[in-house]
Design a protein around this ligand. Sequence first.
Ligand code: TXA
Ligand code: MG
Length: 309
Amino acid sequence: MRILKANDAAIAEAARVLRAGGLVAFATETVYGLGADATNASAVARVFAAKGRPRFNPLIAHVRSLDQARDHAALSPAALKLAERFWPGPLTLVAPRKAQSAVCDLACAGLDTIALRVPSHPVAQALLGAFDRPIAAPSANRSGHVSATRATHVAEDLGADVDLILDAEAAPLGIESTIVGFAGDGSARLLRPGAIAREEIEAIVGALGAPGESVAAPGMLAKHYAPRARLRLDAEEKRPNELYLGFGARGGDLNLSAASDLREAAANLYAHLRALDARGAGCIAVAPIPREGLGEAIGDRLARAAARE
Ligand code: TXA
Ligand code: MG
């Protein structure tokens, strides 16, 4: 495993590694991704193996632009409106896959839909430009563990299983993309709350339905995003033998945002969970977080991190 500062030479090298079927971790505006050539099934198989990810759980294909996305998926009018408003950016759309798409079946876990995202981070964009093919990239953490928002997190989780890590400091948003799918009648469904708040999506396409069985995200397992320590949520105060993850006026061993800013809290969430875990806490108590705006995604991740299985 090599870690290179994400300059032009490193990006050219990363594109070579991808072309040779290797794995490259790179920064996006949400979290670090573990990338492989989405058209190469054996490279994609290495992603599943490196993460310990079940093969029924499909990957997001990252592309450079809406134009490229249209090579892979049939985008409905509602999907197009969302793409035009939020791409490049932290939105993933799940739509019917086109037969002509070069993305391999394994990346899509054999489904007839495909998840697509156009990231805005300059390193992700530069890598997509240099490689010039879709990149399949899940979050660059071991399956079920806390996501990675820094190159060091990727190295800790994946070690020798990743060929190259492009180091571009902290991922600015710190929480995964919002995933929107579409029911048979074309109505938009929130498959995963994320870095774009529900309210912002609803302003474009109206009220979002719950996933429903037909369009559920197979990766939304109850236990996910978990540190080693147990989590106690909505904790008003710290108890003996706990470390406390604060919010707002409830300070603690670390504070997600002293200013009660949900954007800042999302950006700090995974790094703070990893840091408290590294201190050897048996239990991390987490202050109450409001559920509006980005609080929905933060609450979703905390609930899954706290789930026993
Ligand atoms: O912000 C993000 O989305 C990051 C960065 C790296 O782009 N990626 C990410 O990937 O969070 P991952 O693999 O950790 O989560 C992708 C989710 C999984 O829950 C998966 O089940 C769902 O997307 N997904 C992928 N393809 C799907 C499909 N065809 N239908 C429904 N859900 C799908
Ligand atoms: Mg993930």
